[in-house]
Design a protein around this ligand. Structure first.
Ligand SMILES: Nc1nc2c(c(=O)[nH]1)N[C@H]1C(S)=C(S)[C@@H](COP(=O)(O)OP(=O)(O)OC[C@H]3O[C@@H](n4cnc5c(=O)[nH]c(N)nc54)[C@H](O)[C@@H]3O)O[C@H]1N2
Ligand SMILES: Nc1nc2c(c(=O)[nH]1)N[C@H]1C(S)=C(S)[C@@H](COP(=O)(O)OP(=O)(O)OC[C@H]3O[C@@H](n4cnc5c(=O)[nH]c(N)nc54)[C@H](O)[C@@H]3O)O[C@H]1N2
Ligand code: SF4
Ligand SMILES: [Mo]
Length: 733
C-alpha cells in the first residue's frame, strides 16, 4: 500500500481552505484540512471533505448528453459539440446575436474555466443577454465600488485580523464561511477580535450562530439596513465625529453626502428599522471612538431593493470614521495576478452603468450584464432580440433566481439550451445538450476572484489530482469545454482545437504586459497552457519573484503578508479622488427617503438563511451533508405562530405576491417578531432531475415566493430578502 498525499485548495466556497488528500491504491482514503496551509492552517468545514463523495457520486453526469425526442442519450464529445454548433447555428442564422443568452452561475467564480476562459467566451458570443448569479448576489458592491473608486473590482474587505471593532450586517459567516471577505476560519477570526479586547456587533433579523457568538446582536427589520446605515452616518456627523483621516485630501463630496443623508437619523428610522434610537446613537459613537473599526455588509444587506445604497453607505461609514484603507479598517487586497498600481497616478476612465439597456424592461447594463430578474421577460417577449437559446455554465437559476416558477417555464419554451454542469438538475434538465464538467479533483485550481477579496494577501495553485480523462471523469477539461464554446461562437466550428484560443489568450496577456508573446510562449513550453498563462500573469503582477515555479514549489500557498494601504494609487475615478457623492448614488437617496413617509407593510417579511452543510442549490446529493433533521423549515416567532394558531412542526401555506408554497414550521425565538425565514435552493422533486439523495430531501423552493418585478435599480440586483408574505395553518387532512 502506498499513500500519495495531494495538497489543494477547496473550491466550494470563498474561504479557500487548504485540503490534504490521501490517495491509497488509487482510492481517496482521506480528506482533511491542510495544517501547513499558510492561510487556513488546517481549518476545514464539513463540505471540504466531501470532494470524495462528489467524485464518486453515481448520479454525477460523466458523459455528454444530447436530448433526442425529449430523452437524454449519451453521446461522444464530438457529437455533443456538433449538436451545440448546429443548435446555436440555427439561432445565429437569423443574424441576431442577442437571441442567445448566457447564464453564469456561482461555481464559475471558483474555477479556472470561469476565471480565465469565460471572459473570452462571453466576448465571442457577442450577445447583450449576459446574465449571472452576480445579480442575485454582490452586484451592488461592484456598483458602489465602481462609483466610489472608479473600479468595480475595488472591494474593501474588513481587516478581520487587526480590527478593534467589527459591525457586521446581513452576514452569517458561522454558516457561510464568509463572502466578499476571504478568511478561512472566519468564526475563529471573529473570536480572536473579542479575545484581544475588540468588539463584534452583528445586525440580523435572526439570532444566528454568528450573532450568538458576537458581543452584541441587533435585530433589524428586514430590508431596512440602508435606512439604519444612513442614520449612523448622520449621528456621527451630528456628534461632530466625522474624521476622514489620511483620506481627507483624496475624498470629494463629503458635504453633499452628509446633506443628502440628513433626513435619516436615529429617530426618523426607528419605526422602519425597529432599532431603538439610543442603540443607534450608541453604535454611531462606538464606531467613531474605536481605535480601528470596519463595517461589513453581505447577502442580507445586498439582496434588497436598496442593495447599492446600503453597500455605498457601508463604505461611507468606513470613510467618515477614517477607517477606509488603514490597518484594522476596511482595506483592499492585492491579488498576485492584478495589474501593479504602486506608484501609479490616481485617476482613470471612471465607472458607468447603462451602456445598453435590457430590451423589455429597460434595465441598465452593469459590468456587461443584465439583471437575471429580467431573463424570463427576455425569453417570453417576442420581437427582435428575443432570447431563443441559452447556455448555462455552473448555474441553477431555476432554484436560485427570483420568480423561479416563471423562469422554469420560460426555459422549457426555449428553442435550444446548452448546460455545462456536473448534475442533471432543475435547470439542466431543460437543456438540449449537457456538457459534463469533471469533478473538482480533476481540475487545476487558482483563485482569480478571491485573492482580491482576501483578509491577507495570499496565493495558491493546485494541480489536478488526476486528469479529466481519468476513470470516473467525463474526459474533457472544463476550461476546454468553455474554450470550445468560445470557438464555436467565433465561427471556428465544432472541430476547432482549444489550443487556438490558448494562443490568442496568451498573446493578449503578453501584449497587455508589454512582453513579446512568441518569446514568452517559447519560455513556457514545459508548462501546460493554463499554467503557462498563470505564470505570465504572476510575472507581470505586483509581487517580485512570483511565478508558477514558486507556486509548484509551495503547495501550501505563499503568504504575501497583511493588507497594505492602496489609496490613492488604485483610484480609477475620473477625478482621481474617492467620489463619495457620485450623481447616480445621490440621485437614489430620495427613493430611500420616501420610505420614511410610508407605513411599514403589515405582513410578515420573509428572509433566507444558509446552513453550514449545504451550498446554495446543490451538494444536496451528498448523503453525509443532508442527513439529520430537515433543513428547509420555515422559522417563525412564537408570538406570530400563536396569533395564527400554528404549532411547531405543522404544515403551513406561505404566500407572497408571486407564489405560494407549503412548508414545515419551526417555532423559534431566534427570529424577530414579524419575520419568517426559509432557506433557498431546496425542492428537488422536479421530473427529469437526477439525484436520488437530493430527491429524498424534504424542502421547497423559496424562490417561488421572491418576485422579479422589484429590483435594486442601480445594480439590477434581485430582491431576495424582506418579501412580504402571509402564513396560514393548513388544516390536517
Ligand atoms: N432566495 C434566495 N436566493 C438566492 C440566494 C439567497 O440568499 N436567497 N443567494 C443567491 C446567491 S448568493 C447565489 S451565488 C446564487 C447561486 O446561483 P447559481 O449559481 O445559479 O446556483 P448554484 O446553486 O450555486 O448552482 C450551481 C450549479 O453548478 C453546478 N456545478 C457544481 N460544480 C460545478 C463545476 O465544477 N462545474 C460546473 N460547470 N458546474 C458545477 C451545480 O450542479 C449547480 O447546477 O443563488 C442566489 N439565490
Ligand atoms: N454553507 C454554505 N456556505 C455558503 C453558501 C451556502 O449556500 N451554504 N453560499 C455561498 C455564497 S454563494 C454566498 S454569496 C455566501 C453568503 O454569505 P452570507 O452573506 O454570510 O450569507 P447568509 O449566511 O445567507 O447570511 C445572510 C444573513 O442575512 C440575514 N438577513 C436577511 N435579510 C436581512 C436584512 O434585511 N438585513 C440584515 N441585516 N440581515 C438580513 C439573514 O437572516 C442571514 O442570517 O455564502 C457562501 N457560503
Ligand atoms: S469553509 Fe468548507 S467549503 Fe469553504 S473552502 Fe473551507 S472546507 Fe471548503
Ligand atoms: Mo453567492
Amino acid at each position: 500500500m502506498t499513500d500519495i498525499t495531494h495538497i489543494r485548495t477547496c473550491p466550494l466556497c470563498e474561504a479557500t481552505c487548504g485540503l490534504e488528500i490521501t490517495v491509497r491504491d488509487g482510492q481517496i482514503a482521506r480528506i482533511r484540512g491542510d495544517r501547513d496551509d499558510v492561510f487556513s492552517k488546517g481549518f476545514i468545514c464539513p463540505k471540504g471533505s466531501t470532494l470524495r463523495q462528489l467524485y464518486e457520486d453515481p448520479d454525477r453526469v460523466r458523459t455528454p448528453l444530447i436530448k433526442r425526442d425529449g430523452v437524454f442519450v449519451e453521446a461522444t464529445w464530438d457529437e455533443a459539440f456538433q449538436a451545440v454548433a448546429d443548435g446555436l447555428g440555427r439561432i445565429w442564422e437569423g443574424g441576431d446575436r442577442d437571441a442567445v443568452a448566457l447564464y453564469l452561475g456561482n461555481p464559475t467564480a471558483h474555477s479556472v474555466a470561469g476565471g480565465m476562459f469565460v471572459g473570452p467566451m462571453v466576448k465571442s458570443f457577442g450577445t447583450r443577454n449576459v446574465f449571472s448569479a452576480s445579480t442575485v448576489d454582490q452586484m451592488p458592491k461592484h456598483v458602489s465600488s465602481g462609483l466610489l473608486f472608479g473600479s468595480a473590482g475595488a472591494i474593501p474587505v474588513p481587516d478581520l485580523d487587526r480590527t478593534d471593532y467589527l459591525l457586521m450586517l446581513g452576514a452569517n459567516p458561522h454558516e457561510s464561511n464568509g463572502s466578499l471577505c476571504t478568511a478561512p476560519d472566519f468564526p475563529g477570526r471573529l473570536a480572536a477580535i473579542r479575545d484581544r479586547g475588540g468588539r463584534v456587533v452583528t445586525v440580523d433579523p435572526r439570532r444566528t450562530k454568528t450573532a450568538a457568538a458576537s458581543d452584541e446582536h441587533i435585530a433589524i427589520r428586514p430590508g431596512s439596513d440602508a435606512l439604519w446605515l444612513a442614520a449612523l452616518v448622520t449621528e456621527i456627523d451630528r456628534a461632530g465625529n466625522v474624521d476622514l483621516g489620511r483620506l481627507g485630501d483624496v475624498t470629494d463630496g463629503l458635504d453633499e453626502t452628509l446633506a443628502a443623508l440628513a433626513p435619516f437619523d436615529a429617530d426618523t428610522v426607528a419605526a422602519h428599522t425597529r432599532v431603538d434610537p439610543a442603540t443607534t446613537r450608541r453604535i454611531a459613537a462606538e464606531l467613531a471612538a474605536a481605535p480601528t473599526a470596519a463595517v461589513y455588509g453581505r447577502i442580507g444587506t445586498h439582496t434588497t431593493e436598496w442593495g447599492t445604497l446600503a453597500s455605498w453607505l457601508v463604505e461611507v461609514l468606513n470613510i467618515v470614521t477614517g477607517n477606509l484603507d488603514r490597518p484594522g479598517g476596511a482595506m483592499f487586497a492585492t491579488s498576485a495576478v492584478s495589474a501593479p498600481t504602486a506608484g501609479r497616478t490616481p485617476g482613470g476612465r471612471g465607472f458607468s452603468i447603462g451602456r445598453w439597456t435590457s430590451r423589455v424592461a429597460g434595465h441598465p447594463e452593469v459590468k456587461g450584464e443584465l439583471p437575471v430578474a429580467t431573463l424570463a421577460d427576455e425569453i417570453e417577449t417576442p420581437g427582435a432580440g428575443q432570447v431563443r437559446a441559452l447556455v448555462t455554465s455552473g448555474g441553477n437559476p431555476v432554484r436560485s433566481c427570483p420568480n423561479s416558477a416563471r423562469l422554469d417555464a420560460a426555459l422549457e419554451s426555449l428553442e435550444f439550451m446548452v448546460s455545462i454542469d456536473i448534475y442533471l438538475n432543475e435547470t439542466t434538465r431543460h437543456a438540449d445538450v449537457v456538457l459534463p464538467s469533471p469533478s473538482p479533483l480533476a481540475k487545476p485550481h487558482f483563485d482569480f476572484a478571491f485573492q482580491g477579496l482576501s483578509v491577507r494577501n495570499v496565493v495558491n495553485y493546485s494541480a489536478p489530482l488526476h486528469p479529466a480523462d481519468a476513470p470516473g471523469e467525463p474526459g474533457m477539461d472544463e476550461h476546454d469545454i468553455v474554450a470550445k464554446l468560445a470557438l464555436i461562437a467565433g465561427g471556428m466550428g465544432p472541430d476547432a482545437d482549444p489550443s487556438m484560443l490558448h494562443s490568442m489568450m496568451f498573446s493578449t496577456l503578453a501584449e497587455r504586459a508589454g512582453l513579446d508573446a512568441d518569446a514568452e510562449s517559447a519560455a513556457r513550453e514545459h508548462l501546460g497552457p493554463v499554467e503557462g498563462m498563470i505564470d505570465l500573469m504572476l510575472v507581470a503582477g505586483p509581487y517580485k519573484d512570483l511565478d508558477m515555479q514558486a507556486m509548484l514549489d509551495n503547495p501550501h500557498g505563499i503568504d504575501l503578508g497583511p493588507l497594505e494601504p492602496r489609496l490613492p494609487e488604485m483610484l480609477r475615478t475620473v477625478s482621481g479622488k474617492v467620489e463619495l457623492s457620485s450623481a447616480p448614488m445621490l440621485a437614489d437617496v430620495p427613493r430611500l427617503a420616501a420610505v420614511l413617509d410610508d407605513e411599514p407593510d403589515g405582513r410578515l417579511l420573509l428572509v433566507g438563511r444558509r446552513h453550514l452543510r449545504s451550498n446554495n442549490s446543490w451538494m444536496h446529493n451528498v448523503q453525509v451533508l443532508v442527513k439529520g433533521k430537515p433543513r428547509c423549515t420555515l422559522q417563525l416567532h412564537p408570538d406570530d405562530a400563536s396569533a395564527r394558531g400554528i404549532e411547531d412542526g405543522s404544515q403551513v401555506r406561505l404566500s407572497s405576491d408571486t407564489g405560494s408554497v407549503e412548508a414545515t414550521v419551526e417555532i423559534t425565538d431566534d427570529i424577530m417578531l414579524g419575520t419568517v425565514s426559509l432557506p433557498h435552493g431546496w425542492g428537488h422533486d422536479a421530473p427529469g432531475a437526477v439525484g436520488a439523495v437530493a430527491a429524498a430531501t424534504v424542502g421547497v423552493n423559496s424562490n417561488e415566493l421572491t418576485g422579479d418585478a422589484i429590483i435594486d435599480p442601480l445594480s439590477g440586483n434581485a430582491r431576495l430578502n424582506a418579501i412580504p408574505v402571509e402564513v396560514e395553518a393548513l388544516v390536517p387532512a
